[in-house]
Each structure stands twice: as structure tokens, then as C-alpha cells.
Design a protein around this ligand. Structure first.
Ligand code: SAH
Length: 440
């Protein structure tokens, strides 16, 4: 294995289990590794520190292990089993009997596997490699998934063409690494807290669905009964479906992508049971009864640890979807038309250089939403930009609120779900942040 020696005093972060070695910390490389090779990292004094994938760029090594040998035959099976244990610990695996059969199985650094994302959609694993090392390891990862899940695995789809480093000149073509005999589906209806969502992993954005918002969608469901809801940047309508099935009076969904809007409409239909009433039980054995709730909740409901039951959206509920720019839509919206808004834009800043403009965009967007929401209304506002930390985001929303002159309180601070864990040694992994605002 190629040896990478660090400069004097540059081993501190690795000793604190940070998973990256920056190129500026490297003193000497013994050998000439190809991008994606597994290398050993040593202190200036020659002490072994960790091993990981060699990269070209500002991050020279992404650490796979501080002790185990990543080239050992069981490395990938162990790593995936450990990731699965986290999802088991928070009830997501058992939840497949209670209305949730999709979750993030591997969340990069948060699972000790920098550069690897795997989402689980009821037996279909969608893999995205963000590094050459992970892309080259995809065959072994697929074999490990087969070993860990056995018959429960229906397919492994590699969707790395948009995520692996294009400068590496790899031949990036998305496709199936594995399909169980007879499995030919290219999309599936999955369940999240009893709600149904059509996921097309081949054509959808990212891996097909934004799993990180599951808990925040449930929170929207908690507050949506009787309210008029505007879901901006709705994608396939995750928040819209929770609002509808919680008894919202009106749900308007806005996204600039025509494909997304057509999926919103299909998802609304899926969740509207014929004749109304409770969603019919699933025959697949995936959905079971949800914990019983108290039916539609009054607007003044106190904060209690119980969510309203998912009921089938009724045909009387008004819902519209608009393929439009969200900011243009907000500008045209009359003040007070909505009393619950969701603002969940794409990452405005993908790197540090874009931060200043991104913060301006977040401020403009939030000011427009806060200005338009009805008195006593709620705004769920999010940022998924990794380079915008939660304090900077809160300050930006503060400036937006001040711009409107309205009285605004923070009711809740929101983040990504537990299947998107953050390594305590890599706080940068906490990328999704949100605030629930009460606007007087
Ligand atoms: N809230 C969604 C995820 C949002 S992802 C969920 O729960 O699933 C961000 C979405 O914003 C994408 O669907 C993208 O198509 C949309 N988008 C990007 N720019 C936009 C714009 N200017 N106006 C409206 N939608 C936009």
C-alpha cells in the first residue's frame, strides 16, 4: 500500500478522527498512487494514522478506517452492516412494518464512508459515488449489499454520473449493478410514515426522493390541519402530501421543474383513497397501522408528542400545483393567502465562493415569505447548503425578518433525519438546517 507522510504537526485533525487529509498537509508520498487507490497515512515520525482513498484536489485522502484494513475481504460487509445497525437503532428497519420502507442506508462521512451515498427504497439500493475511490469500489459494495440483505435486495442502481468527479475522466454511465431475477421495475411506490410516494430512481433528482426531510414533513403534518398551505420548491410534493393527509384546507405546490410537478400530481392521486377515509392497508405487507392519533387537530393545538393520523386526502380539499419560479410566485401572491409556508430551496451555495450571493438569495426569499404569510402563520424555512452553517442561516433569516418589520418568533430548529447521521468529528456533515417561524 502506498504510504503518505504528513508534515510535522499536521496530524492533529486525524488524531481527532476528522476524515479528510488536505493536500497542503502532505509532506511526501512514497510511490505514485492512482486516484482512488487505498493509501496508508503516516505522521512525520512514521506512525500509522489511518488509511483511505487517494484523491486529486484539495482533499488528498478521504479516510476509510483508523484501524481496520479497508482492503480486507469483509471490510465492505462490516461497514454496511454497521450503517444498517444505526437505522435499526432508530426503528427505521422495523418501521417497514409500520409505514416506512425507505431510508438513507449510507450517509458518507456520517457512516465512516466518505464519498458514498446509498438510499434504500423498499429493497432497491441507489448508490451515488462522490469520489473516484468509491466509484471504483462499487462492485465490492454491491457484493456486500447482496451479502447483508440476501433476498430482501431487489436491485442496486449506480447513479454516480452526476456526482463522481468528472475531471477524473471516468466513463460514467448510470446503470444497474444488480437486479434480482425477474425484477424489472424502474420506479416504485414507497411508503414514508404511511404516505405513498412514487420514486423514479433512474430519472428523478438525486437518488429519486429527498429522504432527509422525513421528520420535518411529519412536523408539517402536525401543524397543517385546517390551514392553507404553500409548499415552495416542492419537488415531488413530500410536504404537500403530509399537509393534505393531515387535513389542510388548501395545498398549493410550486416547483420550476415540469417533471417534478407531474410527480406531485401523481402523488396526490396515490394518497387520495377512493371514497375518502383512511388509506387502505397495503397488501405488500410493508404498511401497517400508524400509531393512533386524535384525528384532525385544532389550529391552537398545544405541542404534544403525537402526530395526527394520516388520513386519505379527500377530493374536497383544494390542491393546485404550479410549474413556476418560486420567487416570482411569491411576488404575485397576495398577502395573507397562506397560513403555513414551506420554503425548501436547492443548495444556493455549492462552494465557499458562492456564499455571499447565496446568503443574499436566502434573505430575499425568506423576506418575501415572511412578508406574505397570514398573521399568526407558520413558515418552515430550510437551507441544505453545506457551507451555510446554522448560525449564519439563522442570522440571514433574522435579517429577512427585520426587513419585513413583522414580529417573528422561532418555534423550532430543524435538521436532517437520523438516517443522515453526522460524525461528531466531522460537523460539516450537518448540512440541512431549518427554522420553524411564527409570524404575527
Ligand atoms: N422540498 C422537496 C425537496 C426540494 S429540492 C421535498 O421535500 O422533496 C429543491 C427543488 O427546487 C427541486 O425540485 C428543484 O426543481 C426546485 N427549484 C430549483 N430552483 C427553483 C426555482 N427558482 N423556483 C422553483 N423551484 C425551483
Amino acid at each position: 500500500m502506498v504510504k503518505v507522510f504528513l508534515k510535522h504537526g499536521r496530524d492533529e485533525s486525524l488524531r481527532r478522527f476528522h476524515p479528510w487529509v488536505f493536500s497542503g498537509a502532505v509532506a511526501q508520498v512514497q510511490g505514485s498512487p492512482a486516484e482512488g487507490d487505498i493509501v496508508g497515512v503516516y505522521s512525520a515520525e512514521g506512525q500509522f494514522l489511518a488509511s483511505g482513498h487517494w484523491q486529486v484536489g484539495s482533499i488528498a485522502v478521504r479516510i476509510l478506517s483508523f484501524d481496520a484494513d479497508p482492503t480486507a475481504p469483509d471490510f465492505w460487509i462490516d461497514s454496511i452492516s454497521r450503517a444498517l445497525s444505526v437505522r435499526e437503532a432508530v426503528g427505521l428497519v422495523a418501521a417497514s412494518g409500520q409505514g416506512t420502507n425507505c431510508f438513507r442506508l449510507v450517509h458518507g462521512e456520517g457512516d465512516g464512508l466518505p464519498g458514498l451515498i446509498i438510499d434504500w427504497y423498499d429493497g432497491v439500493c441507489v448508490l451515488q459515488a462522490h469520489s473516484v475511490g468509491m466509484w471504483r469500489a462499487k462492485g465490492q459494495i454491491c457484493e456486500a449489499l447482496k451479502a447483508v440483505f440476501g433476498d430482501r435486495l431487489k436491485a442496486v442502481y449506480d447513479k454516480s454520473s452526476g456526482t463522481a468527479p468528472f475531471k477524473a475522466g471516468l466513463e460514467l454511465v448510470d446503470g444497474y449493478l444488480y437486479r434480482a431475477p425477474g425484477f424489472e421495475a424502474r420506479e416504485a411506490v414507497v411508503l414514508e410514515n404511511g404516505r405513498k410516494f412514487l420514486v423514479n430512481w433512474e430519472e428523478g433528482q438525486k437518488t429519486g426522493f429527498f429522504l432527509d426531510q422525513r421528520d420535518n414533513r411529519e412536523l408539517v403534518g402536525r401543524y397543517a390541519a385546517g390551514r392553507r398551505v404553500l409548499n415552495l420548491f416542492c419537488y415531488t410534493g413530500g410536504f404537500s402530501i403530509y399537509a393534505l393527509t393531515a387535513g389542510a384546507a388548501l395545498v398549493d405546490s410550486v416547483d420550476s421543474s415540469a417533471k417534478a410537478i407531474s410527480l406531485v400530481e401523481r402523488n396526490i392521486t396515490l394518497n387520495r383513497a377512493p371514497g375518502g377515509g383512511q388509506l387502505p392497508p397495503e397488501t405488500s405487507g410493508c404498511a401497517g397501522p400508524l400509531p393512533s392519533g386524535d384525528g384532525p387537530l385544532p389550529l391552537t393545538m398545544p405541542r404534544v408528542a403525537r402526530f395526527p393520523e394520516a388520513v386519505a386526502a379527500s377530493a374536497e380539499q383544494v390542491c393546485n400545483s404550479y410549474c413556476e419560479d418560486a420567487i416570482d410566485f411569491l411576488h404575485k401572491t397576495e398577502e395573507g393567502k397562506y397560513d403555513l409556508m414551506i420554503v425548501d430551496p436547492p443548495a444556493f451555495a455549492k462552494h465557499r465562493g458562492a456564499l455571499k450571493n447565496a446568503l443574499r438569495a436566502y434573505q430575499r426569499l425568506n423576506a418575501a415569505a415572511i412578508a406574505k404569510v397570514a398573521p399568526g402563520g407558520l413558515v418552515f424555512t430550510f437551507s441544505c447548503s453545506q457551507v451555510v452553517d446554522k448560525i449564519t442561516f439563522a442570522n440571514t433569516v433574522f435579517s429577512a425578518a427585520a426587513q419585513t418589520g413583522r414580529s417573528v418568533r422561532i418555534l423550532d430548529r430543524l435538521c436532517q433525519g437520523a438516517d443522515h447521521p453526522v460524525s461528531i468529528y466531522h460537523p460539516e456533515g450537518e448540512y440541512l438546517k431549518g427554522l420553524l417561524l411564527y409570524v404575527e
